[in-house]
Design a protein around this ligand. Structure first.
Ligand code: EPU
Length: 439
């Protein structure tokens, strides 16, 4: 039975917490380790479900994985690889989107790969057509099987010009992980430039890859025959940091987030300040707090980096329910990322969602029947409710709302939050939250 968290809200969250490596880098760096037989070492690895799933996937492929939880150090030895039974892979796929990134490294090492039907958060259709087109461009061929797709590269993998229809994070990673050992040059246009992508490039360069990045979203890769092991410390999790920062704002709290890095959070910090939040960047982290007085409504538009990250949208929306005036939020990365506002409305928030593009950008989702814009009128007093967590970021946002609300809320399906927020229960207690887990 799924766990339910009882939250007695209305208390400011105050104190210090620590964020480790980014959920959206660590699993990709783990996959990159497959490109060599040698032992790679990744540091700053958080104890989250997504890391466990990828560790299990690697082990299924014959890889030795050793995780020292305290130190956050992961060693990965992919000496000899084998393709596991597709049924085994399929059983894990429901909880992750990472398996598709195994394709490039497995094609290089084994000449074949298997892609199960993928999981992850339900925040839109989340197709994998860009990934499949990229693999096809490199010369891969796929056949459908009852559990997914079997992929081979009968003539080997060859670099060539690749253009993404949208700067997709996953498809950019797919291209990088395939291009580094493909024959010849790959020129990727319209690439994603997220800090996690830059960190993956740093990992690959340590392994011996030749990659250059232009500011116009072009990434050039010169394929090499052999790569070797890396030692790397993952960049800090800017989504986790932004989520706790939003919790500080919504609860009138004061949180020092050790490990949070300003350079990866510039856009978030600008919006945080515009809304009326205060922050202080220190050498080893960032302190975020509600300085008292009114918060101000704002106009927000999510976008690919360096725009406002879509994963910050949900926690910020909770903070905006406490701001004075009308806020407008336009989600341009996922077509269906406002489902979580239903529960907020149930808690007293005044939020209306629209199909129209309400921001400055005319995005891909305009006039397509996707409720991808929202207007929030605040401030509204949030009241306690019984909520079911819909997805990772939406779920954390519900948790913030319950912590900000007067009264006792019950948040069901809380386990999903373990996918991306390390030790969040301990962190809640450290910050003085009045919560009890009921199972
Ligand atoms: N898209 C396609 N076809 C594809 C791939 C993507 O249409 O083949 C579309 C998606 O449907 C979406 C947009 O392109 O509308 C962007 O998707 P992207 O590929 O950039 O996302 P992703 O790689 O699947 C990663 C993170 C997400 C984060 C996004 C955007 C991981 C494991 N996930 O997803 O993180 O929101 O990039 O930054 O890295 C989360 O952490 O909660 C989360 C959802």
């Amino acid at each position: 039975m799924a766990s339910v968290l009882e939250v007695r809200g209305g208390k400011p969250l105050t104190g210090e917490i620590f964020v480790r490596g980014a959920k959206n880098l660590v699993p990709k760096a783990m996959v990159a380790a497959l490109l060599t037989e040698e032992t790679s070492t990744l540091r700053g690895v958080p104890q989250i479900r997504d890391v466990e799933v990828v560790s299990e996937l690697l082990q299924m492929h014959g890889v030795d994985v050793d995780y020292q939880q305290e130190e956050g150090e992961l060693t990965i030895t992919p000496g000899s690889l084998t393709l596991p039974d597709p049924i085994q892979v399929d059983a894990l796929a429901g909880s992750s989107r990472i398996p598709i990134l195994f394709c490039g490294p497995l094609l290089h090492r084994l000449g074949e790969a298997f892609v199960p039907d993928l999981g992850g958060c339900h925040i839109g259709d989340r197709p994998v057509d860009f990934h499949l087109k990229v693999l096809e461009d490199f010369g891969a061929v796929r056949t459908s099987t009852p559990h997914g797709m079997h992929i081979t590269a009968p003539k080997g993998l060859r670099g060539k010009p690749v253009r993404l229809p949208f700067p997709s994070v996953g498809a950019t990673e797919q291209t990088l992980l395939t291009a580094v050992m493909a024959k010849g040059f790959t020129e990727l246009s319209n690439a994603a430039m997220e800090p996690e992508i830059m960190d993956l490039i740093a990992v690959l360069q340590k392994m011996g890859a030749i990659i250059s990045v232009d500011m116009d979203r072009t990434i050039r890769v010169e394929g090499v025959d052999k790569l070797h092991a890396y030692r790397h410390t993952a960049l800090p999790d800017r989504i986790e940091a932004g989520s706790w920062a939003s919790a500080a704002l919504a609860t009138h709290g004061d949180i020092f987030i050790r490990g949070a890095a300003q350079k990866d959070m510039t856009t978030f910090l600008n919006y945080f300040r515009k809304i009326g939040g205060a922050f202080d960047v220190q050498d080893d982290g960032i302190r975020f707090w509600h300085p008292g007085g009114e918060l101000q409504a704002a106009v927000l538009e999510t976008d690919v980096h360096p725009g406002l990250m879509t994963d910050w949208q949900q926690p910020l929306v909770v903070a905006l329910t406490q701001a004075t005036g009308l806020s407008i939020v336009h989600e341009t990365v996922y077509e269906n990322r406002f489902g979580f506002t239903d529960a907020l409305r149930g808690m007293g928030a005044n939020i209306q969602v629209y199909r129209e593009c309400l921001g400055g950008l005319r995005c891909r989702f305009g006039r397509q029947n996707f409720y991808h814009s929202a207007i929030i009128q605040g401030p509204t007093k949030l009241k306690a409710a019984d909520i079911v967590v819909p997805d990772l970021r939406g779920g954390f946002s519900h948790l913030i709302a319950a912590l900000a609300a007067e009264g006792t809320s019950h948040v069901a399906g809380i386990d999903i939050i373990n996918r991306g927020y390390e030790h969040f229960m301990q962190k809640l207690s450290k910050l003085g939250a009045d919560v009890t887990m009921q199972s």
